[in-house]
Design a protein around this ligand. Structure first.
Ligand SMILES: [Fe+2]
Length: 325
């Protein structure tokens, strides 16, 4: 844990709440150096400083999850959010194709979400990719972040991590994908992955000292068949991040909605690949409020802040209920 976030965490841990006590159990400190320290570490520092000032308030708000609906900046027209999953880095994967398309996406985010928001770039990697390709992609993403920070000097904050496709026996490149200064890694599987294979891979990742964040669980057959499996994964220390983009796909939309409705995910991210995709703006907030029982601010700010502060996430479901399929 970085020293700059120690004070607010200690303040939080003095509150006698079982939720906060479990939240304040800090995952082991990590001394690994980030692959490309310049822009990424400076950006992470900037974001963490902002979070540390704000963390106490949002952690207190988390106490109210099961009893009260609350919204940050209600009525202001803008929302502070942290988008942990996006494909904006141009020309590296199936996300933005050009720099101008990437800037169009960011401009839209700047104009539609709050100025106190953070966007994390998570280009695709694969555990079977060669180290050379991974290094080149990671360098390109960090250079892109530098350029974007010049282009958008005010308003949004940016970080660079990655989304790792975990395949077969290969399990590499987690250093390149982890969220800066944390042990959290965003992972995905092929959509046909079995439940057993998922458990095996998750255990392997945890045994190496990382904490898996399952990207778009709504896309996996094991989750669509039995959503409560996410409870088991959360007990193992995993997070679950629904993609807003899944709401545009008939095959995944119902499961995505049900996960949000039943509190079976920790956060919603844009997973935006193009300027036409959902972003975490007021329009999406309105849509979610029709079916989600978890307050918007919890899934777009409070939980992502825990992740960027390298803290444990609460076990699922976030919302108590009688029966989960
Ligand atoms: Fe993605």
């Amino acid at each position: 844990m970085s020293p700059d976030i120690r004070v607010p965490l200690l303040a939080v841990s003095t509150i006698s709440s079982p939720i906060l006590i479990s939240m304040s159990v800090v995952i082991a400190s990590r001394s690994r150096a980030f692959a490309s320290p310049s822009a990424a570490n400076a950006g992470a520092e900037k974001v963490r400083n902002r979070i540390s000032r704000r963390f106490f308030d949002t952690a207190i708000s988390f106490l109210d999850i099961k009893t009260t609906q609350y919204n940050l900046q209600e009525g202001s027209g803008h929302l502070s959010v942290i988008d942990l999953h996006s494909h904006i880095v141009p020309g590296v994967d199936d996300g933005a194709r050009t720099f101008s398309e990437a800037t169009e996406m960011i401009r839209r985010m700047r104009d539609n979400i709050g100025s106190n928001s953070t966007i994390v770039f998570t280009p695709h990697y694969s555990s079977s990719m060669s180290g050379r390709i991974v290094y080149a992609r990671s360098e390109r993403a960090n250079l892109f972040q530098d350029k974007i920070e010049e282009e958008f000097p005010e308003g949004l904050s940016f970080l660079t991590a990655g989304e790792l496709m975990v395949r077969g026996h290969f399990l590499r490149h987690m250093e390149q994908v982890r969220y800066p200064g944390t042990g959290w890694v965003l992972i995905e599987f092929s959509t046909g992955v079995s439940w057993i294979e998922t458990l095996i891979q998750v255990r392997r990742i945890i045994s190496r000292g990382y904490n898996p964040l399952i990207a778009h669980p709504e896309r996996y057959r094991w989750c669509r068949r039995k959503r409560s499996r996410l409870i088991k994964l959360s007990k193992m220390g995993c997070g679950a991040l629904v993609s807003a983009r899944s709401l545009s796909f008939e095959k995944y939309a119902a499961t995505a909605r049900n996960l949000l409705r039943d509190g079976l995910c920790h956060a919603i991210c844009s997973d935006a690949h193009s300027p036409r995709d959902y972003i975490l703006d007021g329009r999406l907030k309105k849509k979610l409020e029709h079916f989600s029982r978890i307050p918007w601010a919890v899934v777009t700010l409070t939980m992502p802040e825990l992740i960027l502060n390298d803290m444990k996430l609460p076990e699922l479901p976030l919302y108590e209920q009688k029966k989960i399929l």
